[in-house]
Design a protein around this ligand. Sequence first.
Ligand code: ADP
Length: 278
Amino acid sequence: MEAARVHAPVVRLADQQRSPLIAIKSVAKTYISASGSAVPALDNVALDIAPDEFVCIVGPSGCGKSTLLRLIAGLDRVSGGTITLASEPITGPSANVGVVFQSANLLPWMTVRDNVRLPLRVGGYRAKNEARIDALLTMVGLGSFGDKFPYELSGGMQQRVAICRALTRDPKILLMDEPFGALDALTRERMNVELQRIWQASGKTVVLITHSISEAVFLADRVVVMSARPGRILRDLKVGLDRPRAFNDVVGHPEYVKLTRTIRGLLDETEAKEDLLS
Ligand code: ADP
């Protein structure tokens, strides 16, 4: 099978010249624990994400990945620094940001269609755009499942419904926190291919957290590697593999091998430092 080709340099240059949709500058986040002590979760995090980009974040457990995602989603406040979306400061959750978590969190008494429609009702929108819901379900390959209930779907299908629900209000940005962490390895690979297709069809900016190095390299335009807590950005690595990507073409490609080794080395190093300090 033909190996995935490396992006032409001109494409990467054009990417770099776009102004950021998400701009994270010198961000710190400190929690106060139940006992009253300060828990520094993030320290001096800086990251720019361009429109349409697919960025994956990897890092040791507890390094602040979910915290960073919650801050971008407007679900929590920074302790220092700034985050802007399209140059506007974040003041709370926004219709421009959809979030997908590890668990699909579908309402079991509602059909697939009603679950996908839910953000329109909660957001005070009139549910006039049934055609959009149909189009979303078709996009994720569930066009004929609108009248099913969640228990009638596999884990992968439920997660696709969760992706649809996050896209219902047509957000510019899709934030995903370990969305396929609960799926078996084979389903997870299929979902990676599916997500790549959905991302290419929908033209969203995606930020995805994962513990899987291969998932990160397969999906991302850039893989951001974070240090152990307090989370900082250790490296921001561009993935020079052409799209659409297929696992059989990508795994074994020199670019994939080089990147996965580099990321594993960085994670081993930061985790070893954490062990020494703890
Ligand atoms: P990750 O997603 O990388 O596993 P988190 O962002 O969930 O990490 O957490 C980062 C650190 O902040 C962890 O040490 C965690 O225990 C701590 N933390 C997260 N949320 C809170 C909270 N609400 N109160 C106190 N500490 C928290």
